[in-house]
Design a protein around this ligand. Structure first.
Ligand code: ADP
Length: 204
């Protein structure tokens, strides 16, 4: 690997900067990083939030775990090392989208504290918003939207987060959404309130 890594590359400073791109869209870019167990509601809430933001005229992009694994990260599995690489790549892509001036939402289990922190440190202060989408394991497992818990319990899937692979809960996320208590709409409202509070969004 090391011999194939490029060493003679130079960073290009372009005339159109990230500030110009953001200004052209009339918004401040950021990453809304949704983390939580499978079935906690990350994709559902991120989707609903994206619709809401589009209605508010914002420019967005949603990076979804399963979709990214179909293409960009199709070479990666679910070992600890592959999970780390999965999140590292997604973090770099999210960073590029922030550079493009977008409000990026990511929906990945992202079970490891260190990986989420690595992405936090890729972007500027206040540009990484960690959203802990919480549901007790029993609730997520009862929902089982993709039938994955059932397969994990049957031993057909290994390294499944919450079953035989750990989930490290965020220590100080910007927002916690308890989806065993909040409806999807209430979660989206809480997100919009937060974005308004920190000056990333103005409504009305
Ligand atoms: P994840 O992306 O975290 O794996 P999904 O969004 O794919 O989770 O699945 C969550 C499932 O739970 C969906 O089928 C969704 O309709 C359902 N659900 C039930 N109640 C809620 C709620 N209050 N918030 C979010 N999702 C909910």
């Amino acid at each position: 690997m090391a011999t194939r890594r490029a060493t003679n590359i130079v960073w290009h400073d372009h005339k159109v900067t990230r500030a110009v791109r953001a200004a052209a869209k009339g918004q401040r870019p950021a990453i809304l990083w949704f983390t939580g167990l499978s079935g906690a509601g990350k994709s559902t809430i991120a989707n609903a939030l994206e619709s809401r933001l589009l209605r508010l005229g914002r420019h967005t992009y949603l990076l979804d775990g399963d979709n990214v694994r179909h293409g960009f990260n199709r070479d990666l599995g679910f070992s600890d090392a592959d999970r780390v690489e999965n999140i590292r790549r997604v973090g770099e892509v999210a960073k590029l989208f922030v550079d493009a001036g977008l409000i990026v939402m990511t929906a990945f289990i992202s079970p490891f504290y260190a990986d989420r922190d690595l992405v936090r440190n890729l972007v500027g202060e206040g540009e990484f918003i960690e959203v802990f989408v919480y549901a007790p394991l029993e609730v997520a497992e009862a929902r089982d939207p993709k039938g994955l818990y059932q397969r994990a319990r049957a031993g057909e899937i290994s390294n499944f987060t919450g079953i035989d692979s750990p989930y490290e809960e965020p220590e100080s996320p910007e927002l916690i959404l308890d989806t065993s208590k909040l409806t999807v709409e209430q979660s989206v409202d809480a997100l919009v309130d937060y974005l308004v509070k920190v000056g990333l969004l103005s409504v009305g």
